[in-house]
Design a protein around this ligand. Structure first.
Ligand SMILES: [Zn+2]
Length: 612
């Protein structure tokens, strides 16, 4: 730090900030522009009154941390720009904005910040019409805003800053390069300033690892509470109190689609109802559930989409209905609409519950099954397999779990695999079916053997698979080895296992429910169920931050892997369940097709509709 900077920093410390609050400043000066702006023109804080206190806490004395845990579409970026604008104009200082990635920074700078500065005369003037600024740095009289992605340790370790804006903190990597937690790195930049302001905003992610949730808990935990027109008491608007009516519009493979016809709020205090527009126009105030954090200078706010003037309640309820049966989609609903972190199901009681609820099947393949898939796990001295039947809405029936002794490089074990692939499974109506797709683990020491043997049997739809331990991306990705023409599949193991564990916790028969037979010979013993629920997501501290890690809670985890493979084999293809049902349970016309003189397929074989 040179003398000039030191002098300015000392001046900054003793300079009294202007009295105009951020919301007053915005109502006075701010213009909304940009392609993505839904309502261009002068800014009006009244448009979304909840924004006032959040913005004003930036200009409030004694407050140094402002935390906003929010759903999408709440005007978060505009609130940050108003804080920046007032700072640039009335209380300028060195500032840093951190976003998850460099691309986010470039988009924000080009499409939001620069047009806003250009359209707001007082800002245009102090930035000299943008002459001294670049995409990653805006310079103005008395300060600057430097902008960086959270991946970049260089950007986070540069000069000291008085104002720190950390946007979408739950999207930051665990470590900026090898330097550690980006939030800690950036926070250190502010330690020389007695009146530093730090703003944290994000939609949350998973409860156990969410940064914004942790910051929210440290603060005042404020909720926006409208006043009930019946009892005059205020309450937060949570999804549990939104009562909606729905109408079924379509059914697609057992999954029902709905239209939401009405949605109202039921006051939790007096149980009377209020319409959406009444709630959004009612007098409301921020209520702190942890007021003692005020002494420590930390205000934290939570916002959900039910408060937003840009979201409709019926749309929100429809989003819930569309996502409620899928853990990944439900997580997105919690994060982006409710603005709260998602918590995966506690699985400890599930093995016993599944074992106890095993049921009698009326046939080897019970009614409801339309497709059979097999998952095979490759171990050093054996293969473990599961045969699963699938119905509409991903309802599943375990048909058999077993072990084939031997190694994947021994011919004998492949004879047993052949028997499994050729096996005819019997329906109650006397027809039979074979497995449509088999996924076999090729990730261990037998990659070449499994690739080669599966290729030889490719006409029977057995494919090698390899697990990919990333937490995002598609569940099943098709890959083809150039030259040899071998098809294999990459599986997103974490996403798959999460879905299996979620489905295992469903207690009502229907979509995603898992059935198991009580026949002792089928392999579904107590050890199987402990194996099925053998892994759990735990928190591990790495480089100063908590990250999710999968840990075994039971040593034998093959059952979970194999179940996941069999499910991926079902999910990885577009299967026409109507055609399958017609073939298995329909009238004679399919059987006639078998006698047409063309090369015959075994009766009831349904793999013909599946192509790679
Ligand atoms: Zn009431």
């Amino acid at each position: 730090m040179n003398l000039l900077e030191l002098g300015r920093d000392i001046l900054n410390i003793f300079r009294p900030p202007s009295d105009e609050s951020v919301s007053e400043w915005a109502d006075h000066y701010r213009q909304i522009v940009g392609k993505s702006a839904p309502e261009p023109g002068p800014w009006h804080t009244d448009r979304a009154p909840y924004q006032k206190e959040i913005m004003d806490s930036f200009s409030q004395r004694g407050i140094h941390d402002i935390v906003v845990m929010s759903s999408a579409q709440m005007g978060k970026t505009d609130m940050i720009m108003n804080m920046m604008g007032r700072m640039m104009h009335l209380n300028p200082g060195p500032s840093l904005l951190v976003m998850p990635a460099e691309d986010d920074v470039a988009n924000f700078s080009k499409e939001r910040l620069t047009p806003t500065i250009e359209a707001t005369p007082v800002l245009n003037e102090i930035t000299f019409g943008g002459k001294n600024s670049t995409i990653t740095q805006v310079n103005f009289n008395g300060g600057f805003i430097s902008m960086t992605g959270a991946m970049s340790p260089g950007g986070l370790k540069s000069r000291p800053v008085e104002n720190l804006f950390m946007d979408e903190v739950d999207g930051y990597p665990a470590s900026a390069g090898v330097e550690g937690d980006p939030v800690s790195l950036a926070r250190k930049r502010t330690q020389n300033f007695a009146f530093a302001k730090r703003v944290f905003t994000s939609t949350p992610t998973i409860k156990a690892t969410s940064r914004i949730y942790r910051e929210f808990l440290r603060g005042t935990q404020e909720e926006w509470e409208p006043t009930c027109k019946h009892c005059g008491k205020h309450s937060k608007v949570i999804f549990d109190d939104i009562c909606f009516t729905k109408q079924e519009t379509a059914e697609n493979n057992g999954v029902k689609e709905y239209e939401v016809t009405s949605a109202r709020w039921q006051c939790p205090k007096c149980k009377e109802f209020m319409e959406e527009w009444e709630v959004k126009r009612a007098h409301a105030e921020w209520v702190a559930y942890n007021p003692k954090a005020l002494k420590r200078g930390i205000r934290s706010f939570h916002l959900n989409a039910f408060l937003s003037p840009w979201a409709s309640w019926t749309d929100e309820c429809k989003k819930f209905l569309d996502s409620k049966d899928d853990p990944e989609m439900l997580k997105t609903f919690y994060n982006l609409e409710l603005g709260i972190p998602f918590e995966y199901r506690d699985t400890t009681a599930i093995p016993d519950a599944l074992y106890m609820r095993r049921e009698h099947y009326n046939a080897e393949v019970p009614n409801g099954v339309l497709v059979i898939t097999i998952g095979i796990d490759t171990q050093g001295n054996r293969l473990e397999y599961e045969v699963k039947g699938w119905g509409r809405g991903e309802e599943s029936w375990g048909l058999e779990y077993g072990v084939l002794p031997g190694r994947a490089d021994e011919p004998e074990v492949w004879e047993m695999v052949d028997d499994l692939l050729d096996r005819q499974w019997h329906l109650e109506n006397g027809r039979t079916m074979r497995a449509a797709v088999t996924f076999m683990d090729a990730g261990g020491n037998y990659w070449d053997d499994v690739m080669e043997q599966c290729y030889k049997r490719r006409h029977r739809h057995i494919y090698p698979i390899k697990g990919d331990n990333k937490d995002t991306g598609p569940l099943v990705r098709h890959t083809k080895n150039t030259g040899k023409g071998q098809n294999w599949f990459q599986l997103n193991v974490y996403v798959g296992k999460r879905a299996v564990l979620h489905n295992a916790g469903i207690t009502e028969p229907g979509p995603r429910y898992m059935h198991f037979p009580d026949d002792e010979d089928k392999g579904y013993d107590e050890q199987y169920f402990r194996g099925l629920i053998s892994e759990q997501v735990k928190l591990v501290k790495k480089k100063g931050v908590y990250v999710e890690e999968w840990v075994k809670i039971y040593n034998r985890n093959e059952a979970l892997d194999v179940n996941n493979y069999a499910r991926c084999a079902f999910k990885g293809f577009k299967i026409n369940l109507d055609a399958c049902e017609q073939k298995l349970y329909g009238e004679k016309k399919i059987q006639k097709a078998d006698t047409s003189g063309k090369p015959k397929k075994p009766k009831g074989l349904i793999s013909s509709g599946i192509r790679v």
